[in-house]
Design a protein around this ligand. Structure first.
Ligand SMILES: [Zn+2]
Length: 120
């Protein structure tokens, strides 16, 4: 099986751009949300209601970690494309199914190992 690395590279670069611009956009909103990452939850600049704001900030703090982690994973996946290890399961060394990479381009584990990990 040969992976279309160019395809996945484009996917990953688009994802990286999306995560980075989401983070930048939130940074502009104010110091409370520093280094926060808003990923596709439709948060705008129009949060007048403080309860909503608090809720959104809590939600955002959860997403912050998420966006940072995702960005790190996307970067790592791009690195693996460069060094030729992309699409190889980090646990068992077998190729990760193309359909799985299509869904999760920065996946490091094959579906079997991912499931095994989630059971821990
Ligand atoms: Zn595996």
């Amino acid at each position: 099986m040969t992976l279309d690395l160019d395809h996945f590279k484009r996917e990953l670069e688009a994802e990286r751009e999306r995560l980075e611009s989401a983070r930048t956009a939130v940074d502009h909103e104010g110091s409370l949300l520093e280094e926060s990452g808003d990923i596709s939850i439709g948060q705008g600049d129009h949060l007048a209601d403080s309860a909503t704001e608090t809720f959104m900030r809590e939600l955002d703090e959860g997403l912050e970690e998420n966006a940072e982690n995702l960005l790190a994973e996307v970067e790592a996946a791009l690195g693996r494309i460069e060094d030729g290890t992309y699409g190889i399961c980090a646990a068992c060394g077998k190729p990760i199914a193309a359909e799985r990479l299509e869904a999760v381009p920065y996946a490091t584990l094959c579906i079997d190992d991912k499931r095994a990990q989630e059971r821990l």
